[in-house]
Design a protein around this ligand. Structure first.
Ligand code: ADP
Ligand code: MG
Ligand code: ZN
Length: 491
C-alpha cells in the first residue's frame, strides 16, 4: 500500500491547477477620481471627504484627467490595447463602507484589454495574458480595531472612498503558485517603473484576489474556482494558493465537489476558510453610469501618454547588459527599481570602468547591506559613491584592501564614500614638484606616441599623462600640480 505522502504526490500529479489573479492598484493622483478631495494615506479618519465621495444625494462626479492618464499609462506598460471610448458602469452592492450603494467601475467596455506580462517560469519564458485593465473608485475602509471603543463597534473611514484604482485581471494562464508569485513580482516592478502607483501592499495600494481551480491533467474544461481575498503579501498569496490547491484536490479525491466561494487566508495557520458564497456578475446589476459621459481617449491623447512611457525593466536589463558589459545578474540587481537603475546609469556613464562599478555593488555592497538588513536603496554608499571608489581603484590610487576598509567605515558611520574618503582615506598629497617632475619625465619618455599626438594638437591627451603620473605616484601627487606640470613640459 502507498504511504500517505506517496498518494498525495500521485494525486497532485493527476491534477493541474489553473490560477487567475485580480489585482487592484491605487493610482498616485493628488486628488480622488470623481472629486477634489485629497488621496493622502494616513490622515485622520473622515477628514478628506465631500458630498461626492460621501455619496450624498444630488452630488455629481467629475472625472479626474490625471487618473485616466495614469491608468492608460499602466495599461500601455502592460502591453494592452487602449479602447478609444470606454464606459463607466455602476456595480451595485450594499456594504457599510460604500455609501452610494454602488461602486463606479467599468464593465463591458473597459479602458484596456488584451495585454500580457512576460514571466520566467520553471519551464522557461512564458507570457501571462491580461484580460483587462479598467478604472474604478475605491470604497471606504471598515475599522474593526485600533480606535477608541474597538471591540464593541466597527468604525467607517471614508478617506479612501473615491481614491482611483485600476483593476488588472489576468487570463487563467498561471498554472503554479510560483508562477503567480513571479507574475505579481513582475507586475509590481512594471507599475513602479511607470510611477503611477507606489504599489505598497502594507498600505493597501496593491491588493490581490487569487482565483484558483484544479482539473484532471489533460482535461479541457476548467474546474470550479474559489477566490482567496485579502491576502497581504506575495509570499502569503503563494502559500494560500498551495494550500487551496491541495484542499481542492482532497475534496475531489474524496468524491466531493468544490464549491464556488470566496475564502480568506489565515497566514498564522497557513489555511484558507470559507467567507461567503461568490456573487455572480448578474447579482451586481451593472448598468451604464448615467452621471458620467463616455470616456474618450483619442489617438492624440494616447500618443501623448505613450510618449511618457519609460523604458521598462525587461528591456532596460537587456540594454544595460550590452551597454556596460555587465552580467545579467548584476543588471537584475541594479534595475530593481527605476531610481536605482537611473542612479547606476548616471554613475556608470561618468565612471572610468562601468563594469567595475557593477562588480563592486555585487562583491562589496550587497553583502554589507544584507548584514545590516538594508535594501540597496537605503545604502549609505550611493551609486555615485561606488563609482568614485571604483575610479580610485581603477587609477591605482587606493588598493582593494583600502577600499574594503573604507566601505566598512561608510557602513559604520552611515556616510557615503566620498565623505569618508576625504576624512580617512585620501593619502597626503604631495606638492613636491621635483619628485612629480621626475615621474612625469619617465612617463613622457615611455610614451613618445602620446607626446607626438599632444604636440600635433590633440590636447585631450593631457589627461592620459595626468592619469599615468597619478598612478605611478599611487595617488600621492596633487592632481592640480600634475596638470600644470604636464602643460608646461609638453607645451
Ligand atoms: P468572476 O466573475 O467570478 O470574478 P471572472 O471571469 O471575472 O470571474 O474571472 C476572475 C479571475 O478568475 C480572472 O483572473 C480569471 O482568469 C480567473 N478564472 C476564471 N475562471 C477560472 C477558473 N475556473 N479557475 C481559475 N481561475 C479562473
Ligand atoms: Mg471578478
Ligand atoms: Zn470628495
Amino acid at each position: 500500500m502507498a504511504t500517505s505522502v506517496e498518494s498525495s504526490i500521485s494525486a497532485g500529479a493527476k491534477y493541474e491547477p489553473v490560477i487567475g489573479l485580480e489585482v487592484h492598484v491605487q493610482l498616485l493622483t493628488a486628488s480622488k477620481i470623481f472629486c477634489s478631495c485629497s488621496t493622502r494615506f494616513g490622515d485622520p479618519p473622515n477628514t478628506n471627504v465631500c458630498p461626492v465621495c460621501l455619496g450624498l444625494p444630488g452630488a455629481l462626479p467629475v472625472l479626474n484627467r490625471k487618473a485616466v492618464e495614469f491608468a492608460t499609462l499602466a495599461a500601455m506598460a502592460l502591453n494592452c490595447e487602449i479602447r478609444e471610448t470606454s464606459i463607466f458602469a455602476r456595480k451595485n452592492y450594499f456594504y457599510p463602507d460604500l455609501p452610494k450603494g454602488y461602486q463606479i467601475s467599468q464593465y463591458d467596455k473597459p479602458l484596456a484589454e488584451h495585454g500580457f506580462i512576460d514571466i520566467e517560469s520553471s519551464s522557461g519564458k512564458k507570457k501571462i495574458g491580461i484580460t483587462r485593465v479598467h478604472l474604478e473608485e475605491d470604497a471606504g475602509k471598515s475599522l474593526h480595531d485600533g480606535f477608541v471603543g474597538a471591540g464593541e463597534t466597527t468604525a467607517i473611514d471614508l478617506n479612501r472612498s473615491g481614491v482611483p484604482l485600476i483593476e488588472i485581471v489576468s487570463e487563467p494562464d498561471i498554472v503554479t503558485p510560483d508562477e503567480a508569485y513571479e507574475y505579481l513580482t513582475r507586475l509590481k516592478e512594471i507599475i513602479l517603473y511607470t510611477g503611477v502607483s507606489d504599489v505598497n501592499m502594507e498600505e493597501g495600494s496593491l491588493r490581490c484576489d487569487a482565483n484558483v481551480s484544479v482539473r484532471p491533467r489533460g482535461e479541457k474544461k476548467f474546474g470550479t474556482k474559489t477566490e482567496v481575498k485579502n491576502v497581504n503579501s506575495f509570499r502569503f498569496i503563494r502559500e494560500a494558493l498551495e494550500y487551496e490547491i491541495e484542499r481542492q484536490i482532497e475534496v475531489i479525491e474524496g468524491g466531493g465537489k468544490v464549491t464556488q466561494e470566496t475564502r480568506l487566508y489565515n497566514s498564522v495557520e497557513g489555511k484558507t476558510y470559507s467567507m461567503r458564497s461568490k456573487e455572480q456578475a448578474h447579482d451586481y446589476r451593472y448598468f451604464p453610469e448615467p452621471d458620467l459621459l463616455p470616456l474618450v481617449v483619442d489617438e492624440k491623447w494616447r500618443a501623448q501618454i505613450r510618449s511618457t512611457l519609460p523604458e521598462l525593466p525587461e528591456s532596460r536589463r537587456k540594454r544595460i547588459v550590452s551597454d556596460y558589459g555587465i552580467t545579467a545578474q548584476d543588471a537584475h540587481t541594479l534595475t530593481l527599481t527605476k531610481s536605482l537603475a537611473d542612479q547606476f546609469e548616471s554613475a556608470a556613464k561618468a565612471a572610468k570602468n562601468p563594469k567595475r562599478v557593477a562588480n563592486l555593488v555585487q562583491s562589496e555592497l550587497t553583502g554589507r547591506l544584507k548584514a545590516k538588513g538594508l535594501e540597496i536603496e537605503q545604502s549609505p554608499i550611493t551609486m555615485k559613491g561606488v563609482a568614485s571608489s571604483a575610479d580610485l581603484v581603477e587609477s591605482g590610487t587606493i588598493s582593494g584592501k583600502m577600499l574594503k576598509d573604507l566601505y566598512d567605515l561608510c557602513f559604520d558611520r552611515g556616510k557615503d564614500f566620498p565623505e569618508v574618503y576625504e576624512q580617512e582615506g585620501r593619502p597626503a598629497q604631495s606638492r613636491d614638484t621635483s619628485a612629480i617632475e621626475k615621474i612625469l619625465d619617465e612617463v613622457i619618455a615611455a610614451n613618445p606616441k602620446q607626446v607626438e599626438q599632444y604636440r600635433a594638437g590633440k590636447k585631450t591627451v593631457a589627461a592620459f599623462f595626468v592619469g599615468q603620473v597619478m598612478k605611478a605616484s599611487k595617488g600621492q601627487a596633487n592632481p592640480q600640480l600634475v596638470n600644470e606640470l604636464v602643460a608646461k613640459k609638453l607645451g
